[in-house]
Design a protein around this ligand. Structure first.
Ligand code: BTN
Length: 137
């Protein structure tokens, strides 16, 4: 054994199901991934582009499941319950060099605008990196 890393406890697979936190402090819980690769969950954002009070919002997504890849690609949509906006995330579930699962994602946040002339400023883009939250009691 080298360097305090026990290869026995290293995940060989990256699994989406569970609780995650990102670099902004937002958390999400992803439920079971079904036979077709579909999943549901909940997203608690730490930040908002609005002045509304943040509420936990549902997410729906799908994971690529063809040929049992161990670092699957995925996407999900968050339909914000406290704003008129929608965010889509897409990314890949990796096992990093320390054996830790990490979700590397990019997102598009579409805000509602009243007029088509404001369409040009209605979409934000960014990245988020999620790590698994240790099981809570
Ligand atoms: C809104 O402000 O209308 C809804 C909340 C948007 C939160 C965004 S989604 C992309 C980024 N990553 C997060 O965890 N939160 C922000």
């Amino acid at each position: 054994l080298c360097c305090g890393i026990n290869p026995e406890s290293l995940p060989l697979q990256c699994v989406l199901t569970g609780k995650w936190i990102n670099d902004l402090g937002s958390t999400m819980t992803i439920g079971a991934v079904n036979e077709e690769g579909n999943f549901n969950g909940f997203y608690h954002t730490a930040v908002t582009a609005t002045s509304n009070k943040i509420k936990v919002s549902p997410l729906q997504g799908s994971q690529h499941h063809i040929n049992q890849k161990n670092q699957p690609t995925f996407g999900f949509t968050v339909n914000w319950t406290f704003s008129d906006s929608v965010t889509v995330f897409t990314g890949q579930c990796f096992v990093d060099e320390k054996g830790k699962e990490v979700l590397k994602t990019m997102w598009l946040l579409r805000s509602h605008v009243d007029n088509i002339t404001d369409d040009w400023k209605a979409t934000r883009v960014g990245i988020n990196i999620f790590t698994r939250l240790p099981p809570q009691k």
